[in-house]
Design a protein around this ligand. Sequence first.
Ligand code: GTP
Ligand code: MG
Length: 205
Amino acid sequence: MKITSAEFVMSNAHVDKCPKELLPEYAFIGRSNVGKSSLINMLTAKKSLAKTSGRPGKTQLINHFKINANWFLVDLPGYGYARVSKKNKKTFQKYITDYFMKRTQLVCAFVLIDIRHEPQPIDIDFISWMGENQIPFCIVFTKADKLKPAIIAQHVAAYQLKLTEDIFEVAPEHFITSSSKHLGKEPLLEYIGGVNDKFFTATKV
Ligand code: GTP
Ligand code: MG
């Protein structure tokens, strides 16, 4: 699947105000600074479509980007950003969870995980929450340019073990990416293309 157009549509603090069209959408979620906005820019080949920053907490709203005029990529604020006030942190959590609970257009979430670290409790908690609420998701490992291939394989295996030991019978589908090295773009776009095909076949009248 090729992306031929990508346009910013709107930013919202509330899921109720998001676009009303019944088009399939894919949301990027994960810790602040994990690389959600960078991945959207890599996939769309538009360097400044989603705003990125070296400092965590850059994305603070639900941002919709319309792709090829018939589906959406959604950039979300990160969870686990320690420097926002407690009150704000709760707001983040609520509109993130509201988004996932209420957004019927969501066909798949991509939960981003920094490949450099061993499984972190906050990510495991979030992934468990997605599983408990039956929200479809894949795991996307980011920043693969920072590690050697053998270490990447070890870290992925450790993650799969952790998830299948504690939460799932089968490890969730995963992708390995690097936005700075343009790694993992084709597999992700192929996956999205396949889900879109199913969506449009199922909704055809
Ligand atoms: P918030 O909006 O704050 O939640 O962060 P985010 O998850 O959207 O992260 P963002 O895309 O803004 O990237 C955070 C930092 O990580 C930036 O300095 C990026 O340049 C860097 N970064 C993102 N992806 C990669 C990657 O694949 N490799 C490397 N080396 N750095 C990356
Ligand atoms: Mg961001």
